[in-house]
Write a protein that binds this ligand. Structure first.
Ligand code: PLP
Length: 397
């Protein structure tokens, strides 16, 4: 997955354009820029790549989720449904707005279970945030039906699934708003960066203003612009956008390499009957950033994980006891260890997490192994890795 693996002259050239004119900021300074608008150019490349009418670049994927929610009016006291298996950024972004994260089970897609989502809907629910984990997706038709039926937003966090599709549509472009991260380890990197995509003009305008202190971006004099509503600073810099601009042009190449490596490993594992693969909903195409599979039980999964480590197979994880990606070890969240006071409603929901039943999530996450697909591997290395993975798994069953 990481775009940094294939870093080179194209990235350097884009960054040098910015260094040459010295305008490191994405807005203003029209006369000094010598025609370089890297953030604007990257936004228009992303419109094409993600088949979306509007794109707002921001400073990170976490900022993208917060900005997306804020742009759609989610705030204090509103409930947002999110999965137990994701990155900590999901609840961080929700809580930053004073909204309440409501954690819900995942299923064999490793994403939100639509039935569990429907059960968690209350009069306070404002949005459903599906996180397209590890290169694939939840059952988007079913999730969209639940969102429609209850008249709530559907937000897609596609940070880990850049380039995946569902029924021909890029992941991120299916919900009301989609969010991407371009941090250092994502498929396209800006160093740090993120994007909100939407077909809704009003959400886009809100995101544009909100991520830049409320600036309305009318005219060519920043100091004279008005502020129709409150905002913050989640801007991306021109330097970061320049890196992303070089990377996005290489996205088709990156995806082709990922897919090739993914297919070799997946093919090798199909010869082991005890191995089953994550469910990809009908009509879905994974981005192939990760290969995810299940072992029959927890013990075997942990043994395979150990055998992988002993045999030098890196970048494969069992997330059950992971500090950053699964609810079990999010003690700072469950104990509400905040530097500043949280609202009573948020504290109440966090306290619930200590006793909430996530056995369905446990059932899938405890047996899952998730392997990052690198782009810098040679074919020889992938074939050797495939053999070693098969041997290691067979030694555990
Ligand atoms: C990386 C990631 C984020 C956060 O992105 P940052 O740019 O690191 O803030 C959010 N959600 C998921 C699923 C991610 O993988």
């Amino acid at each position: 997955m990481p775009g940094f693996e294939l870093f080179g002259d194209l990235e350097r050239k884009q960054v040098n354009d910015v260094l040459d004119n010295g305008v490191l900021m994405r807005y203003g300074f029209d006369g000094m820029r010598k025609g370089h608008w890297k953030a604007k150019e990257l936004e228009s490349e992303l419109q094409n790549a993600f088949q979306s009418k509007h794109v707002q670049l921001v400073s990170s994927g976490t900022a993208a989720v917060s900005v997306a929610l804020a742009a759609a009016g989610v705030g204090a006291g509103d409930e947002v449904i999110m999965p137990t298996f994701t990155f900590v950024a999901s609840f961080e972004a929700i809580m930053m707005l004073g909204a309440i994260p409501v954690l819900v089970d995942v299923d064999d897609t490793l994403c939100l279970n639509p039935e569990a989502v429907e059960k968690a809907i209350t009069p306070k629910t404002k949005g459903i945030m599906v996180v397209q984990m590890c290169g694939s997706m939840g059952d988007m038709d079913a999730l969209r039906d639940v969102a429609k039926k209850h008249n709530v937003l559907l937000i897609e966090d596609a940070c880990q699934a850049i380039g995946g599709t569902y029924k021909g549509k890029p992941l991120g472009s299916i919900g009301d708003l989609g969010c991407f991260s371009f941090d250092f380890v994502k498929t396209i990197t800006c160093g740090e960066g993120g994007a909100v995509i939407t077909n809704n003009k009003e959400y886009y305008t809100n995101a544009d203003h909100y991520s830049d202190h409320g600036h309305d971006h009318v005219g060519h004099d920043r100091g004279a612009e008005t502020h129709p509503f409150l905002g913050y600073n989640f801007r991306i810099s021109e330097l970061h956008a320049a890196v992303g601009l070089a990377q996005v042009k290489r996205l088709p190449e990156f995806l082709a390499i990922q897919k090739k490596n993914f297919n070799i490993l997946r093919e090798a594992l199909t010869e082991i009957p005890e191995v089953t693969f994550r469910k990809v909903p009908e009509g879905g195409q994974e981005s192939c950033a990760f290969l995810n599979f299940f072992l029959p039980d927890v013990e075997t999964a942990q043994n395979v994980s150990k055998a992988f480590k002993e045999n030098g197979i890196d970048v494969c994880w069992n997330y059950y006891n992971n500090n950053w990606h699964y609810v079990r070890e999010w003690h700072h969240l469950k104990d509400a260890k905040s530097l500043y006071p949280l609202t009573k409603e948020i504290k109440g929901e966090l306290a619930n997490l200590k006793t909430k039943d996530f056995s369905q999530s446990d059932y899938y996450i405890s047996r899952n192994i998730s392997c990052l697909i690198k782009m810098s591997w040679t074919e020889e290395e992938v074939l050797a890795r495939a053999n070693k993975m098969v041997e290691s798994i067979k030694s555990c069953i």
